[in-house]
Design a protein around this ligand. Structure first.
Ligand code: SAM
Length: 328
C-alpha cells in the first residue's frame, strides 16, 4: 500500500488541526462547567509551525485537512493559515468546523484563501435554547447569517451538525429534518458522547435508531451518497428533499474500522484517536530543530501506535482533555 497506513492497514489520509483551545461559546457538552485552564500563548503552535507539520504529513500521505478548535475563527489571521496550507501541492481538501458565530464576517476571505467547505455546529433553532446550550448571550442570529453567507460565497456543501440530547434539543429533530426538505439543508445528527461525565452513557443519550424512528413521521428516508467527503456519516434523504440527513453513531455503532484520521492539538501533540489519551509531542522536537526527515519519522512512529478502536461502549472516556482542547 502506498501512502500512510497504520498497523491495522487503515489508510491515514486526513488530519484535523485544532488551531486554538479558546472558544466564544461554552457548550454544555464540550466545555466543563468550571471552565478550562487555557494554554499559554507560547505553547500554541504558530501558523508557520502548523504549516511545516502539515507539509511533513502531506509528504507521507495526508491529503485532506480540517481546521477546528476550540473555535477556530477566534484565532486571528486564520485566512493566512488557509492560504499557506492551500499551497501544499498534495493537500486537495481544506475544510473548517465552526460554531458559525463569526462565519458571516470571515466567509468571503476564507473562501478566497482556499477554504473549500465548512461544517457548522448548530444544536437548536430556538433562541432561548441556544442560550441554555451554549451558555452565551444570544448569537443564534449570527450563526444563521453565517450559514447564509457561507453558502452564498460557495463554501459548499455547508453541513450542519446537531448533537442530539434527550430532554434538551431532541424535540427539534423534525424541525431540522424539515429544513432539508424546504431549504435544502444538509443536516447531520450526532449521537451525544459522554466526554465530560464519569464514564457512563448519560440519560441525555439518544441513539440514531431512536432518531430514525422519530423522523419516519415525515416519510421514508432513502439512502443516498454524501455530496462530498467520505467520513463516518451515513446519508439519507426524504424523497422530495434537496438536502440530506446524515447520521453519526460514535456510541451505538463505532466506525473505528474505517478511521483515516489523525489530530494535531493546538499545543502541537499528535493525537491518534479522539477517545484515547495517547499523544506524541511534535512541538518540542520541532522547536529543538528536528529535521523534516526526523519529523516524518516521528509521525510514522506515532501512526503505528494508532489504536484499533475506542472503548466508549465499555464506558471508557479519556479524562486528560476536554473536547474543546482536542478538536472535535
Ligand atoms: N467550535 C467549533 C464548533 O463548534 O464546531 C469546533 C470544535 S467543537 C469541539 C466541534 C464539535 O464537536 C461540536 O460542535 C460537536 O458537534 C462535537 N462535539 C463536542 N462534544 C461532543 C459530545 N460530547 N458528543 C458529540 N459531539 C460532540
Amino acid at each position: 500500500m502506498t501512502g500512510l497506513s497504520d498497523s491495522f492497514q487503515r489508510p491515514i489520509d486526513y488530519l484535523r488541526i485544532s488551531v486554538t483551545d479558546r472558544c466564544n461559546l461554552r457548550c454544555i457538552y464540550c466545555m466543563p462547567t468550571d471552565g478550562i485552564c487555557l494554554l499559554p500563548h507560547q505553547d500554541i503552535l504558530a501558523y508557520e509551525e502548523i504549516y511545516t507539520i502539515v507539509k511533513a504529513t502531506a509528504e507521507l500521505g495526508i491529503n485532506k485537512v480540517r481546521i477546528t478548535g476550540g473555535e477556530p475563527l477566534v484565532r486571528a489571521g486564520l485566512p493566512k493559515l488557509i492560504q499557506m496550507l492551500a499551497q501544499i501541492d498534495s493537500i486537495d481538501d481544506i475544510s473548517l468546523t465552526t460554531n458559525g458565530v463569526l462565519l458571516g464576517h470571515h466567509a468571503t476571505e476564507l473562501k478566497r484563501a482556499g477554504l473549500r467547505r465548512v461544517n457548522v455546529s448548530l444544536d437548536t433553532l430556538k433562541q432561548d435554547k441556544f442560550k441554555i446550550i451554549t451558555h452565551s448571550s444570544n448569537k443564534l442570529g449570527d450563526v444563521l447569517e453565517g450559514i447564509e453567507v457561507a453558502e452564498a460565497v460557495g463554501l459548499n456543501p455547508v453541513k450542519l451538525n446537531m448533537v442530539v440530547m434527550s430532554g434538551i434539543n431532541d424535540d427539534e429533530l423534525l424541525d431540522f429534518a424539515v429544513k432539508t426538505i424546504d431549504e435544502g439543508w444538509h443536516v447531520r445528527f450526532i449521537e451525544f458522547m459522554p466526554i465530560n461525565s464519569e464514564g457512563t452513557i448519560t440519560s441525555q443519550f439518544v441513539s440514531v435508531s431512536d432518531m430514525r424512528k422519530r423522523l419516519e413521521q415525515l416519510g421514508e428516508l432513502e439512502p443516498c451518497l454524501p455530496s462530498v467527503g467520505n467520513g463516518p456519516a451515513k446519508y439519507f434523504r426524504f424523497p422530495q428533499a434537496k438536502g440530506t440527513i446524515g447520521f453519526i453513531t460514535p456510541v451505538s455503532e463505532h466506525f473505528c474500522f474505517q478511521c483515516n484520521r489523525l489530530r494535531l492539538t493546538a499545543d502541537g501533540k499528535l493525537r491518534l484517536c479522539l477517545l484515547s489519551e495517547d499523544e506524541i509531542d511534535l512541538k518540542q522536537p520541532f522547536r529543538s530543530g528536528i529535521s523534516l526527515g526526523g519529523l516524518k519519522q516521528l509521525i510514522k512512529e506515532a501512526v503505528a501506535r494508532k489504536p484499533l478502536r475506542h472503548h466508549l461502549a465499555e464506558g471508557y472516556v479519556p479524562k486528560d482533555r476536554p473536547f474543546c482542547q482536542v478538536g472535535g
